[in-house]
Design a protein around this ligand. Structure first.
Ligand SMILES: Cc1cc2nc3c(=O)[nH]c(=O)nc-3n(C[C@H](O)[C@H](O)[C@H](O)COP(=O)(O)OP(=O)(O)OC[C@H]3O[C@@H](n4cnc5c(N)ncnc54)[C@H](O)[C@@H]3O)c2cc1C
Length: 444
């Protein structure tokens, strides 16, 4: 029932996307049609409009609307944003390429000194789009720092849409009527306005709902648990396994927020825990946060939760390193709810000393019907448990036998190589795709 509802929501938003992407094209055909031109030229223009329409929709995908992200999960929406941008770019690029092939004299439009303004704008938009996409695809290889990339991503995207609007308005052919021009400008402005919503309105709302640091506790595995309390408001209701964007040290306007899974129980909203591994510039500063200091949270987000599968007879969790955090929230919540369903946790860690939540997991075995299996990459001398990596053999050893496998919902969170290997192994052993759920910490 819940699954059908989620599926229907997903299909609904997909249809809305297709409709919104096609709407501007359909509008062009309404009213007095401009005189027809040869097929290749018309096709080239249609592809350009389709690409631009999809490009403007990119803004809504990253505007963090909870209702849109709910059926898919944030990672799927970001993945879609990434993949669909390549499709949109291909369509946009096909527009000039078809023109050049069909009428080679139009190559002169590439000369920005002599070209008319419509061409200057179009050419500049395509070049900037190339920079924008290249920097996103190869950000890590180009060693572009995440926050700087994110700021420039927003700026470049806005400039590209503005230049493209200028291009189609000056080209005039299909936008020959003032109402059509106004409509396209309004359409573009609306989506760019979403960016303003994310960067200005949302931070303003967050400012009014601050949280204060209660304490920062060291954990195993070079991690810290940050405990915060809502200040002057009721806090955040969330499903166990969800995450929030955290801004510390700066105001929510600074565009310096980072996503972290909530690791505490969903039964407590007056106090939230985030368990954060030291990894880079921001995560290394968590330990320096002082009690009483203000932080801001935007959330909850994410679809990685047992609460989306309330009727599952049993759950299995497969965690690697700090990927235990959303799973810990689910285990703590199940314990607080007195849930007695069978649970399995396969937990991969580097070595015994770096097993985050090691002691609490042992205690949870007394409160839950939990089978806990540690898998150590570098086991200590005399270790009799599992060692190495989580692979197909290990999964087959601990997961229910084939016949009962569709009675279990599986949650996976860990480093990307582990997740790829586990997902592939689950498919190989015949676990249906809809029965396992992944949370990836590398959104971008
Ligand atoms: C849904 C989700 C839940 C997460 N939950 C946890 C958790 O519970 N505990 C934990 O320790 N880590 C978690 N992470 C990972 C955490 O967000 C990154 O480790 C952290 O943002 C790295 O920031 P940094 O400046 O310390 O490291 P950097 O060295 O600057 O960044 C390392 C990498 O982290 C990613 N990253 C950096 N900044 C951001 C940002 N603002 N937004 C998105 N990605 C970014 C980039 O891919 C970057 O290349 C989660 C990530 C996601 C997407």
């Amino acid at each position: 029932m819940v699954r059908t509802k989620i599926l229907l929501q997903g299909i609904f938003w997909l249809l809305v996307y297709v409709l919104l992407a096609a709407a501007p094209l359909l509008l062009l055909k309404i009213g007095e049609a401009p005189e027809g031109r040869e097929f290749w030229r018309e096709l080239s223009v249609a592809l350009g409009f389709a690409g631009l329409s999809m490009m403007t929709l990119q803004f809504v995908l990253t505007a963090r609307f909870k209702t849109i992200k709910a059926p898919y999960g944030a990672d799927v929406v970001y993945h879609f944003h990434r993949q669909i941008s390549l499709v949109a770019f291909a369509l946009i690029l096909a527009h000039p390429l078809l023109l050049f092939i069909n009428a080679p004299q139009t190559l002169a439009l590439l000369n920005l000194v002599s070209a008319p303004w419509r061409a200057r704008m179009g050419v500049t938009a395509v070049v900037l789009l190339l920079v924008l996409i290249g920097a996103s695809l190869w950000r890590k290889q180009l060693k572009i720092e995440y926050t700087a990339w994110r700021i420039w991503h927003g700026i470049l995207a806005t400039v590209v849409v503005a230049l493209s609007m200028g291009h189609i308005i000056l080209a005039r052919h299909y936008l020959n009527l003032p109402w059509k021009q106004a409509l396209w400008i309004a359409y573009g402005a609306f989506w760019v306005g979403l960016l303003a919503y994310v960067r200005v309105v949302k931070p303003l709302l967050l400012l009014r709902r601050p949280y204060v640091v209660e304490k920062v506790t060291p954990e195993r595995g070079n991690a810290w648990t940050l405990t915060v309390r809502p200040q002057g408001h009721a806090g955040m209701k969330f499903m166990p396994g969800q995450f929030a964007w955290l801004t510390a040290w700066k105001t929510p306007f600074a565009d310096a927020e980072h996503p972290f899974s909530i690791s505490s129980s969903a039964c407590r909203t007056d106090r939230l825990d985030f368990t954060i591994k030291e990894l880079g510039d921001f995560t290394r500063t968590i330990k320096d946060l002082q009690p009483g200091q203000k932080v801001y949270l935007d959330g909850p987000f994410g679809a990685f939760s047992i609460d989306r599968h309330p009727h599952a007879p049993q759950f299995a969790f497969i965690a690697g390193g700090v990927g235990i955090t959303p799973i810990m929230s689910m285990l703590r919540t199940l314990a607080d709810r007195g849930d007695r369903r069978p649970l399995l946790l396969l937990y991969a860690s580097r070595d015994w000393e770096s097993v985050i939540f090691r002691e609490e997991l042992e205690e949870l075995k007394n409160k839950l019907n939990l089978t806990l299996v540690h898998v150590l990459e570098k086991p200590p001398a005399g270790w009799t448990g599992e060692s190495g990596f989580i692979n197909q053999t290990l999964l087959e050893r601990y997961l229910p036998k084939e016949k009962e496998r569709n009675a279990i919902e599986i949650f996976i969170c860990g480093p990307p190589p582990m997740m790829n290997a586990v997902e592939a192994a689950l498919v190989r052993i015949g676990v249906p795709l809809g029965d396992f759920h992944s949370e990836r910490f590398n959104l971008v």
